[in-house]
Design a protein around this ligand. Structure first.
Ligand SMILES: [Zn+2]
Length: 56
């Protein structure tokens, strides 16, 4: 097991519907190279929406 948080980053997830940032997640860049897309419930849209990784 690797120690610490090497390669791990906090990223924002933006709703593809209303563009609001609703979630934060962590991603290990060494393990995940492509952009993250998660289907999560958006309070603003009041339904499940695809949330996409937002680059800083
Ligand atoms: Zn939304």
């Amino acid at each position: 097991m690797a120690q610490g948080k090497f390669g791990e980053r906090l990223i924002k997830l933006k709703c593809s519907g209303c563009k609001a940032i609703g979630y934060y997640t962590r991603k290990n860049k060494k393990l995940v190279e492509r952009k993250i897309e998660l289907k999560k419930y958006c309070k603003k849209c009041r339904k499940h929406q695809i949330h996409k990784e937002l680059k800083k």
